[in-house]
Design a protein around this ligand. Structure first.
Ligand code: FAD
Length: 429
């Protein structure tokens, strides 16, 4: 039985749509995509745009997973940017750094165009600042600023010194920041719902409440749900941290991390203007970071911390309230109306995990908490690969990923230990 969207701010303010049907009976397709989050929906859309007959199967509702639960920040960080530049040098040589730089902004362009082409109503707004919480964070942000200027983004970025940061974000904990007007924020669930409608308009057959139970591989793959079967030439696994269909080299590479996030009661216009007058998305520069932004109805959406058990916390609001009040003492006692959590797929080196298991079964997963822009890029890369243009797919698929042959539970404990080390190291920077 399908689960409804989690009780989040996003679900409470989602654009209404007629639910897609449950798969029943046997159908045939060129490609079957499993998972109705950003990866699956956008891959389906890209494939339909290229003329493929596509079926998308979602176990619950469109955007039910991390896609409908996240912080809504669209940033030029792909999480593992530095690791990518290092790894990609093996396949791309000296071109690797430029490739990664261009990749970092490609998702923004795809999202902007998609929203405008299909008229998607999703509160998409420009503006983001990455803040320093410790003096040691400043040099890294200055370097990022210099690189953006050197690469021609000078009119879109600004380094904000400590004496001005309070005018941009009225918090006592920030010592400066890198303001970026190309980055954006969005009502993530409404973006995905709009993209799903667009995909349907392009001929994709979408099914909700249609969990894939297993895949049979010969002679053409057959994807099996409780009441139906889809036979297709190609399969794309896009269930990210929520599916159990992975096999072979997929095993031991992705670890689900439960991230908690809240939305406050709506702030008055005065308070909203005082704490964040430019309506920016904000995240800080720590390894395990806090992030926040205002919604269209002036709630503060605030997320941070993480636990690597893969299980949600018992009381997310109580856990995040101290961080909210430390960031904005003027919000002490603010009502928290929504608290929810979602699973992000963490990869040890933070490079998205793309590949195939068998000749006809592709997978794309693992955006390490930075997936909104990245999923849109990856969807394009997967659609190209399934159409036969393998170059960018091969760059990702050629990455050497660390796999912890420990099973998910033990692997997660190892990751948690690693994160504890980084947090400790950060405390002494
Ligand atoms: C709390 C939180 C905050 C985040 N904040 C940000 C942010 O501010 N900015 C950013 O860039 N990224 C953020 N992320 C990451 C981002 O949300 C994800 O990287 C992205 O949404 C992943 O999309 P996806 O489609 O790959 O996976 P998901 O959205 O998780 O979708 C997977 C889907 O597959 C379905 N599924 C699973 N198994 C099956 C099956 N057997 N059959 C059929 N369907 C199945 C699930 O029901 C689910 O709907 C955040 C993540 C979380 C959890």
């Amino acid at each position: 039985m399908a689960e409804a969207h989690t009780t989040s701010y996003y679900a409470a303010t989602a654009n209404q749509y007629a639910p897609f049907p449950r798969l029943a009976g046997e159908i045939d397709a060129d490609v079957v995509v499993i998972g109705g989050g950003f990866t699956g929906v956008n891959s389906a859309l890209e494939l339909a745009d290229r003329g493929f007959r596509v079926v998308l199967l979602e176990a619950n509702r469109i955007g039910w997973g991390a896609t409908g639960r996240n912080g809504g920040q669209i940033t030029g960080s792909l999480s593992g940017d530095k690791a990518m530049a290092r790894e990609f040098r093996r396949s791309l040589g000296a071109e690797a750094e430029d490739f990664v730089w261009n990749l970092r902004w490609r998702g923004h362009e795809i999202i902007r165009k998609r929203v405008s082409r299909f008229g998607i109503d999703c509160d998409l707004k420009p503006g983001h600042i990455q803040t320093a919480c410790a003096p040691a964070h400043l040099p890294e942000l200055r370097d990022m600023h210099l690189e953006a200027v050197r690469r021609g983004m000078g009119d879109e970025v600004e380094f904000v010194e400590q004496d001005r940061i309070g005018e941009i974000v009225a918090s006592p904990i920030y010592l400066g920041g890198l303001l970026n007007r190309r980055n954006m924020h969005v009502h993530s669930l409404n973006l995905c719902l709009g993209e799903a409608q667009a995909a349907a308009g392009l001929g994709v057959r979408l099914f909700e409440d249609s969990r894939v139970l297993r895949i049979e591989e010969v002679p053409r793959p057959v994807v099996i749900t409780a009441q139906g079967r889809v036979t297709a030439d190609k399969v794309l696994l896009a269930g990210n941290a929520y599916h159990r269909l992975g096999k072979g080299q997929m095993r031991g590479a992705l670890f689900p991390a439960a991230l908690g996030i809240v939305a406050t009661e709506p702030l008055s216009e005065d308070v909203a203007r005082q704490i964040n007058p430019q309506d920016l998305a904000v995240y800080d520069n720590r390894f395990v970071l806090d992030y926040h932004r205002l919604t269209a109805d002036r709630r503060l959406i605030f997320g941070g911390g993480t636990n690597y058990s893969g299980r949600p916390s018992r009381d997310i609001a109580a856990e995040l309230r101290p961080s909210i009040e430390r960031t904005f003492p003027q919000l002490r006692g603010i009502g928290i109306e929504f608290g929810w959590s979602g699973l992000a797929g963490i990869i040890v080196n933070r490079i998205p995990h793309l590949g195939r298991v068998g000749p006809n079964i592709f997978y794309a997963e693992g955006y390490s908490g930075h997936g909104i822009a990245t999923t849109h890029i990856v969807a394009e890369i997967m659609a190209e690969a399934i159409s036969g243009t393998m170059r960018e797919f091969d760059v990702f698929a050629g990455v050497r990923h660390m796999r912890l042959p420990l099973g998910t539970w033990a692997g997660q404990q190892a990751i948690a230990l690693g994160m504890f080390y980084y947090r400790l190291k950060e405390r002494f920077r």
